[in-house]
Design a protein. Sequence first.
Length: 366
Amino acid sequence: MSTSKRIQKIQARLRRKEIDAILITQPHNRRYLSDYTAADHDIGESSGVLLIPARKSPLLLTDFRFQIQAEREVEDMAVMLYHKGLLPLLKALLPDLGITSLAFESHYTLHSVAEKLKEIAEQLSLTLVPLTGMVEEMRLQKDEDEIEKLRRSVLLNEEVFQQIYKTITPGQTEIDIALALESTMRRKGAESPSFETITATGKRSALPHAVPGDVQIEKNQPLMIDMGLILDGYCSDMTRTFVPGKADKKFMKIHRLVRKAQLAATREIRAGISAAAVDKVARTVIAEAGYGEYFGHALGHGVGLAVHEEPRLSSRNRKHLKAGMIVTVEPGIYLPDWGGVRLENMVVVREDGCEVLNQDTTWLDI
């Protein structure tokens, strides 16, 4: 779907809600609606904001630093610069556009900014409307073009893993491997990692979100690698756990159990099933083997322009999956005095099942 058609959908929703315009500040939503790729350094420093009127052409509001990039990347909307900041421009612009009600993304807007918007609204006799999730709801289901981009991101991620795996030897550090993975991603064309790479050896693999340290890789001990990259805006996310050297019987048992849980959940994924039901399938496999208390996180999450987005495959999510959603399936077992095993693939929800985007199963079926 083109960005212009996405904008039209937003405008139609605004008209149904009888709202004159919306400010889009969340970076992934901004890119989804405009193809503008500039990044925000943090929530307090924006590279641009979309102003989408319900009945007029949208605008990208930015500053001099991003003018050339914005004008090259953005189609079907004008680029307008603010020289004294966004809020003074809005104060002058909104009356000119005849806007009397303005929505904003309340889940992303800083309280301090919301308060200043409130002041402007009072000065202009403007109705300010906090909205949550309007664009995110559209992003839930991916079209085939998006799915293809995600597939290519997954396959490149696998390619990077396969290349670096061949070089891993005991004595290297967790940091060595993480840096090798991330630099290889960039050399092969990725925009960046989609999150900070996790590498954890030995007992540290029991830490689901371990931060790589100056810790040497242990021979014959579990090594967990959780990695992802961004390609053409879309993220991948994959976890593999293996043993440099020879795996013992305990590792083989835990690994096979986690893989069994992953396969069981994957077989259940289809349009119409609840996220909680899928989570329960994997959790039951692990619990019946006596390791239920060692699987403490949700089974998975959505992936798209953001590496963590809706839907969540969680016991608390009773919503039903829909075709075109893309989720991770990542059960794990984490034993504090031994280590952990997590296996993670990405799948596309289809009407009658799901499509696994990962193609390399060498590290899964052992």
